[in-house]
Design a binder for this molecule. Structure first.
Ligand code: OGA
Ligand code: MN
Length: 220
């Protein structure tokens, strides 16, 4: 399981991947600028704008059985899950495959699959402080957030605030600027999206481990 085909990771990605692994090892989180080729970050930006303009983004929920009234008081973004039917999404998912393979090799995380969605936070929208996974319960292990906003200014709000789990102290606030990638251990960091004052576009994603114990799930 989790056999890694190292030849699939282009050599030019290795310095960045090594930086990411070192930071995850020492801090549990990392903020990376210029994470993807500029053309791919542009294509992803164009893609979410196109999806938004066709009205295909859906109000986001929280968990499997959503009470949408509760969900709306916690988060106000609209989302669309990604797949490989579009070239930009395919490029994104391939980059995340490289990250998954390298993290499994270097950090032995046993990451099994990855899911991600585009998100649009209209002015006024945010996402209250939360964990992406709860200790011992969830199979979300590593979270990613990637930003798609040109010319984001300090006054535009919409920062990702990351807190320390033990002390609940603010560790850092991240501006959601184009081609910036944030990666953190899902069980270790409560975080929130401060209310945006401008349209805020992003991709949120999670690497999961496989918790299924039945024999058929080995085929997955
Ligand atoms: C999430 C999330 C952070 C961000 O979608 O779970 O925490 O900066 N997003 O968009
Ligand atoms: Mn989150």
């Amino acid at each position: 399981m989790n056999a890694i085909n190292n030849s699939a990771v282009p050599a030019r990605c290795l310095p960045l991947l090594n930086t990411i692994m070192d930071a995850l090892r020492s801090d549990g989180y990392v903020v990376v600028d210029d994470a993807l080729p500029a053309a791919l970050s542009r294509a992803l930006q164009q893609r979410i704008l196109a999806i938004k303009n066709t009205g295909d983004l859906k109000v986001a929920g929280i968990g499997r059985r959503d009470d949408h009234t509760i969900a709306r008081s916690i988060r106000q973004d609209s989302i669309q899950w990604m797949n490989r039917s579009d070239a930009s999404e395919s490029g994104w998912l391939t980059a995340m495959e490289h990250l998954r393979g390298y993290a499994n090799r270097e950090l032995l995380l046993g990451l099994f699959e990855y899911e991600s969605h585009f998100a649009h936070y209209p002015p006024g929208a945010g996402y209250k402080k939360h964990y992406d996974a709860f200790k011992g319960q969830s199979n979300r292990v590593l979270s990613t957030v990637y930003y798609l906003n040109d010319n984001w200014q300090p006054g535009d709000g919409g920062e990702l605030a990351i807190y320390d789990a033990e002390e609940d102290q603010l560790i850092t606030q991240v501006q959601p600027v184009l081609n910036r990638l944030v990666i953190f251990l899902s069980e270790e960091f409560p975080h929130e999206v401060l209310p945006a004052k401008n349209h805020r576009y992003s991709i949120a994603g999670w690497f999961r481990v496989n918790n299924s114990r039945d024999l058929l799930s080995l085929q997955a």
